[in-house]
Design a binder for this molecule. Sequence first.
Ligand code: PHE
Ligand code: NA
Length: 457
Amino acid sequence: MENRSQWGTRVGFLLAAMGSAIGLGNIWRFPATAYESGGGAFIIPYLFALLTAGIPLLIMEYTIGHRYRGSAPKSYATVNKKMEWIGWWQVLVAFVISTYYAVIIAWALMYAFYSFGQSWGSDPTAFFVGDFLNLADPGTIGGLVPKVLIPLLIVWLVVLGTLSRGVKKGIEVANKIFIPALVVLFLIIVIRAVTLPGAMNGLNSFFEPNWSRIMDPTVWVAAYGQIFFSLSIAFAIMVTYASYLPRKSDITNNAFITGFANSSFEILAGIGVFSAVGFMAFQYDTTVSGLAAEKGVGGIGLAFMVFPEIISQIPGIPGLFGFLFFASLVLAGFSSLISISETYVAAVSEKFNMSRQRAVIFGGGIAALISLLYATRGGLNILDSVDHFINSYGVALAGLVEVVAIAWFARALKDLQNHANATSDVRLGSWWRFCLGVITPIVLGFQMVQNLITEFA
Ligand code: PHE
Ligand code: NA
C-alpha cells in the first residue's frame, strides 16, 4: 500500500481535520447548548468531556488510521476481522448526514446573496418557511423547491470536484483556502458584533454561570454530545483522514491541536452569536433571556430566521454583515461536507477496487440524488427527523460500539498506545486507556438510555 495518497504537509492535514471539526455545530449548536446548560458553568463539564473523551478518542482514531492505513471499515477490520461492520455503520451515518448537510449549505449560499437586498423582507420567518422553502403544507412531500436546486447543484459540484482531485490536490488545497478565509471572515463578524449596542448584555447572559446546573446529569450528557458531534468523532472521518498521514507524524500533538482549535472556534462563535442576540434584545427593548426563550438561539431557526432579523437592523454597509455571516456558514459547511463525503468515497473505492473518480461519481451521485428529498415541500420536516434520529442514536451508539469494541473486544488499546507513543513526545499513559475503556463507555451508555427514555416515556 505504499502508493496510498498522502497529505503534502502537516499543516495541510491539520487544516483538513480542523475543517471537518469546525462546522455548523460550532456556529449554531455550541452557543445554544452552552447557554441552556449553565452558561459560564458549562465550561466545567465541557472541558471535562473534551479531555476525557474528545481528545482521547481523537488520538485513538488518528492512531488507527495512521497505523492501519485504510478507510474506516478496512482499518477496523485489520484490528479485528469481526469489526468491519462498525466501520460501515459509521460510513452509513456519515453518508446520511452528508445528504442534509449539503442542503443546509445550499440555503446558506442563497442567503449570502439575499443579504445584500435583504430579500427576506420584514418577516424573515414567514419568508423562510413560506417563500423560500414553500412549506405551504407542512408534513407532506410536495414538488421540488426550485430556489434550492441551483445552489444545491453548486454545493455538490464543489464538493465532488474537490474529492475527485484527490487528497493532496483536492482536499488539502480546498482546506488551505477555506479555513484561513473562514477564520478571517469570522473574526470580522465577531468584532462587529461585540461593538454593537447591547452586545455586553448578550455576553453577560451567555457567560453568567449557573452553578446549580452542573449537578444535573443531562448537562453532562449535553457536554459529551456536543464534543462528539463537534470533533467529528465516531463518524469514520478522522480514521480516514489520518490514514493519509505520512509515517513520520506526531499523532498525539495533532489531536490536541485539532481539539483545542475546534473549541476555540466554538467559544468565539458563542461570543459572536450572543453579542448579536444582545443587540437584538436592545433593539426590541427586551431582555436577552426573554428573547432567547421566544425565538430560540440555535439551529436552523437561529441562522435562517433570527439572524436575518438581526442583519436587517445592523447599521453600516447594508448586507455586509449578513453576507459575511452566511459566507462563514458556507465555508465551515463545505470543509465539513468534504470530510463526510470522503469517508464513503474512500471506503467504497477501497472495498470494490474502484478508482477515486468512479467512487466519487457513484457515492456522491447517490448522495446528491437523495439530498433532493429535502429540497421538496415538507423537506424541512424530513430533515428534522433524520437529524434527530442520527444524533440521538446513530452517533452516540456508533461511538459506544467503537470504544467498547476496541477497548474490550479487541483489547487493542495498549497496542495503539505504544504506536501513538512512538510518534510523539507527549506520552499516553494508563489515564488514556481509562478514559476510553471506562469513562467514555459509561457516559455514552448513560446517554443512550436517557435518549430512549425521553423518546418513549
Ligand atoms: N463537526 C462538524 C460540526 O461541528 C459536524 C460534522 C459532523 C462534520 C459529522 C462531519 C461529520 O459542525
Ligand atoms: Na465542530
